[in-house]
Ligand binder design. Structure first.
Ligand code: KG4
Ligand code: ZN
Length: 348
């Protein structure tokens, strides 16, 4: 018997994503990004993102259907990101999803973006284990999650107190004169540098912080430390090695991310770590996570880069999973919540 065909819509930030899955099989993952429109501002401008979603929505839906070789009339269910994310951006996606669900007379699932980042891994690496830790690192979030009961039960273990990991990469890149988004540039530059050249601080890693903020992150102090170091070098008339600064900064970020993620796995009894979000593309994060997971007997799962960054397939994957689990669809009046807690995987 054919499993339900689910279309997922993602518009929480600057990517208009429309994915189509049948069960756990990925059929289409169409994306339109407004990232270039934000580049000159050095960060995502919400109003610009919302307008871009509105323009991209219908063409992206059409592209996804063509890629999957299906008609809208074939769709059995719609899933959409209801939060967390930028309010205006979420409104475009949810309004579109409501219209589609009404027009097609199919159930609608208003889901949590963060849960989608974890569940998408099933499309490539099979069912999730009974317990896993999720490390989500992107321009918008840096969170550690405990994922239980086939993703029906998700607990927030910790999150960043200030900047998201990707935001720190972007801000430090800007400081070094590298283009936006800066993460890939820092990654590339760092390969030529010495990660031990400069001892940058590891946020929230001192013993008192490990009591109060065991699974939390903080990157704004690190960003300030890099800015101060660069200024001091300039004031002294010393040359700055961009690769050394990039490598040392990157090491400070991925050292804390991987250390706390492995600690969470060990302490929470999870033998799998799933990493998602744009920063999961970072080559040093992948290398260090794999080294530390192996040493701790933890299985590391990282989706391929296109499924790590924001996309519609992750929302479709979560919608299909909820349908398989027999979840009741959301009532059509559901709101968007820019701070939707991760414990709410599906809105009523
Ligand atoms: O998930 P994503 O595409 O969008 C959201 O922010 O939700 O993540 C984008 C973030 C940006 O901050 C970008 O600089 C960062 O991911 N990023 C990276 C790398 N590739 C993308 N950061 C570090 N190393 C990379 N290779
Ligand atoms: Zn995301």
């Amino acid at each position: 018997m054919n499993e339900p065909l689910v279309l997922g819509i993602e518009t929480s930030c600057d990517e208009t994503g429309v994915g189509i899955v049948r069960g756990t099989t990925l059929l289409a993952d169409a994306i339109a990004s407004s990232v270039e429109e934000h580049a000159r501002f050095g960060g995502v401008v919400p109003e610009v993102a919302s307008r871009a979603h509105l323009e991209a929505m219908v063409p992206t839906i059409e592209r996804a259907c063509a890629q999957a070789g299906v008609l809208l009339a074939d769709i059995d269910g719609i899933a959409v990101t209801a939060g967390p994310g930028l309010s205006g951006a979420l409104l475009v996606g949810t309004a579109s999803a409501k219209a589609l669900a009404l027009g097609l007379r199919v159930p609608l699932f208003a889901v949590n973006h963060l849960a989608g980042h974890v569940v998408v891994d099933e499309l490539e690496h099979g069912p999730l284990p009974p317990a896993a830790v999720g490390l989500l690192v992107s321009g918008g979030h840096s969170s550690l999650l405990l994922v239980h009961d086939d993703a029906q039960d998700i607990t927030l273990l910790g999150a960043t107190l200030d900047d998201a990991a990707g935001e720190a990469f972007d801000k430090v890149a800007r400081l070094l004169g590298l283009p936006f988004p800066g993460g890939p540039w820092i990654d590339r530059s760092a390969r030529e540098g010495d990660a031990a050249a400069i001892a940058f601080p590891r946020g929230l890693s001192a013993s008192h912080d490990m009591t109060e903020h065991r699974y939390d992150f903080s990157f704004s102090g690190l960003k300030t430390a890099v800015a101060r170091w660069v200024k001091a070098q300039q004031a002294a008339g010393s040359a700055i090695s961009v690769p050394d600064v990039a490598a040392s900064f990157q090491e400070a970020v991925v050292d804390v991310l991987t250390r706390k993620a492995v600690l969470a796995c060990t302490e929470q009894g999870a033998d799998h770590l799933v990493i998602g979000g744009g920063v999961a593309a970072n080559s040093r994060l992948r290398a260090l996570a794999s080294q530390r997971c192996e040493a701790a007997g933890i299985t590391l799962r990282i989706p391929s880069p296109a499924l790590c960054t924001d996309n519609g397939a992750m929302i479709a994957a979560l919608g299909a999973k909820l349908m398989r689990q027999g979840a009741a669809p959301s009532a059509l009046g559901f709101p968007t919540l820019s701070v939707l807690p991760v414990s709410t995987v599906l809105m009523k």
